[in-house]
Design a protein around this ligand. Structure first.
Ligand SMILES: Cc1ncc(C[n+]2csc(CCOP(=O)(O)OP(=O)(O)O)c2C)c(N)n1
Ligand SMILES: [Mg+2]
Length: 180
């Protein structure tokens, strides 16, 4: 399955959940599919989506879905221990694992060779860790919590850059959390 199809399937299932999306093409694909006030598109800060989403889930009751990448999560593996330690019911970390740094030319990541992110998440203490590769699998797991790894094909969709200012993206999202 293409990453954009996986993102589309996720957004079809979501309504008013808060979504924090990994930088680069995943955010561009999400923005091209559906732009919602509940979306926060990361710009620049690779690796921090899981941590930002965790902080939001601990500070308010709404469900938070993080769309992360294998490369970005590999940069911030300590986040898994913190997620497991707090284990918020209203938090789901989705890892779109294309086994490469897709947004910068698809240089292979460690998951393409030796590293098992599901095993690392379980070892960090997360009780709910699932791996799926189909739209049906996504639909049945995306309403849960913990970690959901979605195996996707390498490749980026032909979508434009996000035509919103970073400050506007942040302000709109903060407003939605505060008053939504
Ligand atoms: C600290 C840092 N290093 C490198 C980059 C450049 N960069 C932006 S996106 C990206 C690849 C992200 O890979 P992954 O998280 O697997 O997402 P994918 O694009 O494959 O879906 C890289 C290396 C960056 N923005 N910040
Ligand atoms: Mg990747």
């Amino acid at each position: 399955m293409k990453r954009m199809r996986a993102i589309e399937t996720i957004t079809e299932e979501l309504t008013d959940e808060l979504v924090v999306c990994n930088l680069g093409f995943p955010s561009r694909e999400l923005y091209a599919l559906h732009d919602r006030k509940t979306h926060f598109y990361m710009l620049g800060s690779m690796g921090l989506a899981s941590s930002i989403g965790l902080g939001i889930s601990l500070s308010q009751p709404r469900k938070v879905v993080v769309l992360d990448g294998d490369g970005s999560l590999l940069m911030n593996l300590g986040s898994l221990a913190t997620i497991a330690n707090h284990a918020p019911e209203n938090y789901l970390l989705v890892v779109l694992d294309n086994r490469c740094y897709g947004s910068t030319g698809c240089q292979p990541t460690a998951t393409s060779k030796v590293t098992d992110l599901a095993a690392i998440a379980s070892g960090a203490g997360l009780r709910e860790v699932k791996t799926v590769s189909t739209a049906e699998g996504i639909r049945s797991c995306v309403h849960g919590s913990g970690v959901l790894i979605i195996t996707v094909d390498p490749g980026n969709a032909e979508v434009p850059i996000i035509d919103r200012e970073p400050v506007e993206i942040k302000s709109r999202f903060v407003r939605e959390i505060r008053f939504g």
